[in-house]
Design a protein around this ligand. Structure first.
Ligand SMILES: *[C@@H]1O[C@H](CO)[C@@H](O)[C@H](O)[C@H]1NC(C)=O
Ligand SMILES: *[C@@H]1O[C@H](CO)[C@@H](O)[C@H](O)[C@H]1NC(C)=O
Length: 247
């Protein structure tokens, strides 16, 4: 088959099972909804155990298929990482679509945490990814040094990125009239990734009249994943609502 411009960036992207792991639902719910999970870790490591496993467990328990992306980070790859993780996420989404029968996958979403939330946010706002929804948990949204997570920005863009690249990699600037529905979860007093990241993203969604659901709770540490077993911070019920009514 002839190469096209859209698949060329994917030609050198490795998507074997160490990069993209598939977790099929043991008992599919028949809705044909799948989710690509992108754990966080400041673009320095990938939190596969805590954020990855909690998400695949949540999804599989409810009959959704899941994939987890073990994207390139500073511990395993040369920095600045840009644009490698972006290509990996985009190519993973396209690969899942291409290799999963349409009867099994009618809708594909992306679910990212923290720096993985940044990767999910720049991917869900990329029309080439053709995603149907996004889930962003305490996401890094902006590369604006006033509110960004400094470590994530340095790992992704280096110490001295051009203002153009900073603008382009700030997900609030990428929301458009084709951005699909997004769910966002954040703690108002998150001391690692300021809640302003989420506020800017939902501000941009509002400006473009795009559908979103946001849950901002008063208190919670960064990186608590789904906060399983924590009645004050757990957000499984809100996510159930989003997946049932908003995608
Ligand atoms: C994730 O990727 C790194 C770097 O390629 C690799 O060393 C590690 O084994 C991978 N993790 C899994 C669970 O496959
Ligand atoms: C979910 O995350 C918590 C930490 O928030 C962790 O202790 C627990 O092991 C994770 N659960 C799974 C199934 O990975």
């Amino acid at each position: 088959m002839a190469a096209t411009a859209s698949n060329r960036p994917c030609r050198n992207i490795n998507l074997d099972s160490t990069k993209l792991a598939y977790y099929p639902a043991p008992e599919p719910n028949g809705l044909g909804i799948g989710v690509l999970v992108v754990p966080g870790g400041g673009y320095s490591h990938v939190s596969l155990d805590r954020e990855g496993s909690n998400s695949t467990l949540y999804l599989n328990t409810r009959g959704y298929d899941a994939w987890v992306l073990n994207y390139s980070v500073a511990e395993t790859s040369p920095t600045p990482l840009y644009p490698v993780p972006l290509n990996e996420a985009l190519c993973a989404a396209q690969h899942i679509r291409r290799t999963t029968p349409k009867s099994k996958l009618s809708k594909l979403g992306i679910w990212g945490y923290s720096a993985g939330g940044h990767l999910a946010a720049v991917t869900v706002t990329n029309p080439a990814a053709a995603l149907d929804f996004g889930i962003l948990a305490y996401p890094v949204i902006s590369m604006d040094s006033a509110i960004t997570h400094a470590g994530s920005r340095t790992n992704l863009l280096g110490d001295n990125p051009s203002p153009e690249l900073v603008w382009q990699m700030s997900a609030e600037n990428r929301v458009s009239n084709s951005t699909p529905p997004v769910f966002v979860y954040h703690s108002a007093n998150d001391a690692t990734v300021p809640v302003e990241n989420t506020l800017r993203f939902i501000g941009a969604m509002t400006e473009h009249s795009r559908p979103y659901q946001a849950l901002i709770l008063p208190d919670g540490a960064h990186g608590i994943a789904l906060a399983l077993g924590d009645p004050e911070r757990n957000w499984e019920g809100e996510l159930d609502r989003f997946l049932t009514y908003s995608i």
